[in-house]
Design a protein around this ligand. Structure first.
Ligand code: PBG
Length: 326
């Protein structure tokens, strides 16, 4: 044995503190963005059946939730609205008194330090559930851009700190940037869902947001999960159009894409740890099949290791609590 030559990797794994010294990747509370679902009405706190621990909240209960989020040390939320009324053209998305606009204004009034991100899309607000204007069964690109720009401007007017367009029409960042700039919001950044795949992992969210397409699917605008080069083309065009952040979505099955995007662009990269990724873990944990805390921390660290700066996750409150315990 004495003459054998080999590396002693275990020297650096000998104790908790030794491992802490050589740890390469860290998850911080500052990395977390917490998604919330707001609804019209009074005294509503309804759990989404496919997403245990995630609720539809009416505005009268929103401040208590935001106070809890801030107390935990979370710095940012992303707001999704579930409106009462839907129509062909998604009017409630860009209405100045739409549910999202009201929620944003209310949060910023009481919690001015919280960074409020507005998801900018039409699918929760259209009766056909598509992310754009539909004519003869087709989702039209260019006529949708004007509505997205109007949505973004009304969200900025309500007080949104960041606009996060998720609808995957071509030119959406350009249209929104232009709309924001023309209306005096040149200081508001755009966090683009630049690389958004057409994914079955969004299923539980569509239950939560009542936003399933009523015919067809989203494959003419969201990306094919088989594609990697296309992710770089999407990211590149969004950067040229003025995106300040790039989102990759979903996260867990797309860690390779996160690394590609991180290696090729020098803006903050965001992972969206989507609803299906959340629900799978919740379901397994409720069955006692996995250790929820350890799995969640491992999953989120793997996203950071893959190269993200920020993570949008329904686990944000749990993670902040776990980090606070340490
Ligand atoms: C809307 C939108 C979707 C999600 C966020 N914004 C889903 C979709 O394309 O249907 C999904 C989020 C999640 O699954 O957690 N365009």
């Amino acid at each position: 044995m004495k003459d054998l030559q080999f590396a002693r990797h275990r020297r650096l794994r000998s104790s908790d503190n030794m491992r802490a010294l050589v740890r390469e990747t860290h998850l911080h509370k500052e990395d977390l963005i917490y998604p919330i679902f707001v609804v019209e009405g009074h005294n509503i706190k309804n759990e989404v059946p496919s997403m245990p621990g995630v609720y539809h909240l009416s505005l009268d209960l929103l401040n208590a939730e935001m106070a809890e989020v801030m107390d935990l040390g979370i710095k940012s939320v992303i707001v999704f609205g579930v409106p009462n009324e839907k129509d062909e053209v998604g009017t409630q998305a860009y209405h100045d008194h739409g549910i999202v606009q009201k929620a944003i204004a209310q949060i910023k009034e009481s919690f001015s330090d919280l960074v409020v991100i507005a998801d900018t899309c039409l699918c929760q607000f259209t009766n056909h559930g598509h992310c754009g204007i539909v004519e003869e069964g087709q989702v039209l690109n260019d006529p949708t851009l004007d509505l997205l720009a109007r949505t973004a401007v009304s969200q900025a007017r309500a007080g949104a700190d960041i606009i996060a367009p998720s609808n995957m029409m071509d030119g959406f960042v350009a249209a929104i940037r232009h709309g924001l700039d023309e209306n005096g919001f040149e200081h508001i950044p755009v966090m683009s869902y630049a690389v958004k795949y057409s994914s079955a992992f969004y299923g539980p969210f569509r239950d939560a947001a009542h936003s399933s397409p009523q015919f067809g699917d989203r494959k003419t605008y969201q990306m094919d999960p088989a594609n990697r080069q296309e992710a770089l083309r999407e990211a590149e065009s969004d950067i040229m159009e003025g995106a300040d952040f790039l989102i990759v979505k979903p996260a867990l099955s797309y860690l390779d894409i996160i690394r590609d995007v991180k290696n090729n662009f020098n803006v903050p990269v965001v992972a969206y740890n989507v609803s299906g990724e959340y629900s799978m873990i919740k379901a397994a944990a409720q069955n006692g099949w996995i250790n929820e805390k350890e799995i969640v921390m491992e999953m989120l660290v793997s996203m950071k290791r893959a190269g993200v700066d920020l993570i949008i996750t329904y686990f944000s409150k749990d993670v902040a609590r776990w980090l606070n315990e340490n």
